[in-house]
Each structure stands twice: as structure tokens, then as C-alpha cells.
Design a protein around this ligand. Sequence first.
Ligand code: PGA
Length: 252
Amino acid sequence: MRTPLVAGNWKMNTTVPEAVALVDTMLNDLPFIQGVEKVVCPPFVSLDAVRQRVSGTSILVGAQDVYWEPKGAYTGEISVLMLQGMVDYVIVGHSERRQYFHESDQDVNRKARAALDGGLRVIVCVGENLAENELGHAESFVEAQVRAGLAGIETLDRLVIAYEPIWAIGTGRAATPENAGAIIGHIRGVVRQVASGPAADAMRILYGGSVTPDNFAAFMAHPEIDGGLVGGASLNADSFVTLTRQAAESTA
Ligand code: PGA
């Protein structure tokens, strides 16, 4: 039985005071929802403030990215060393990073390995674009991303995969639970091939892309889908709390 996970990716939204206000509103309900892992991923500059607010509660904190070198002349980058003690999770390979900042599968793999080596938990994002989807290449495209992203990683117990079709992110056009579940099942099969032992069955694989309180319960009802990586709907405390409740209820 895998514990569901709901992670809110705030992206480049919220000033520090806004981030604190958002998490403070969530604190009214979120800590009391059990049976689901809850992660908020504010921008770097708000991590410390948000971490202080949630400290002692069941809410976990994630960063939206990390660089693989521990320190040095990499202007603007943030290392694992800097995140240790501040976050529980880090997201790597989000499609916006791949698209706008030209991150390759190899970069994503370096980031994932550095974060895991540094003791963090990692959410590796994968997902095909519309053209690949329409050509019927979603499975093979995502499979290649998973194989490259996980290359050389031996222990998968701190790793989560998020399947986020690019055409569904921020568009209001979510995948269907059936299609997302089928791709996620395929991803689990790939993990089964690259990892020994029970890792694939224990791994949480999330869906992301226009998740809302109106569609999420149907995703959570699919046996392959273990949670959500949520963008827009995580910026509203009520909807994020509702999504978290739906995830908790899916296992009841
Ligand atoms: P969205 O974003 O929920 O706003 O579609 C999801 C994501 O990019 O993680």
C-alpha cells in the first residue's frame, strides 16, 4: 500500500509575505488530514519562512529545483548543501525547466542523483508534448525520460516520479484518468526493469496537469495513480486542502 502524496508547486508565484499568508491559511486544515503526504514547494526565497511556519506539523516542504554542484562559481544556482535541513523534497526536471531553461535528461539525472546523495527526497517530472502525444509516442517518449532520469540511481526509496503531459499543464485540459493511469502503469513497468526488488511497487507515481478539486478524485481512484503534482490549484488554500482530502479519502 503506497501512501498518497499531494505536492503543490507554487512555481514563480507569491512574494515572501504572500507565501507566508498562503501557508498560514493552509495550516488551519492541512496538518489534520492524515494518510496522505502533503508537500508545499514555494519559491527559493520563501523556503525558510515557510519551513518555519510548518515546523512541528505534518506538512513537508520542497524546493522547485536544485543544481548538482555543491558550491562554486555558478551564479544564481542553489545547491543541495544549501537545501539540506530546509527542505524534505526537491522537484527536478519540471517541463518548464526543460522547455524554457533547456534542461536535458542528463541534467535532470545529475540533479536527481545529487539530491538523493544529499539525503533529500526527489520528485522527477516527465511528460510528453502535444505533438508526441498526437503521434502516439507518449509511452516511448516518457519511457526514455524515465530511463535517462534514473540512470545510475540505485536506491529508489526516496524517489517519486510525476507524470505531467506538457499539453495538460496550466491549460485546463487535464489528461483522462484512464490515459494517465495507463502511462503511469507503463512507467512502473519501466522502473521494474531498471530497479531490482520491490522498488517499483513501492514507488509513488503522481499525475500532474490541470488538477482541480473537480477532477482529482477520479485520478486518485485509479489504482496506478498515487497522488498529484499540482500547480495552479495549489495557490488557493481551500482547493489544495480539498485535493489533499480527496487523496486521503481515496485509500479509505
Ligand atoms: P497545473 O501545473 O496544475 O497548473 O497544470 C502542474 C505542474 O506544472 O506541476
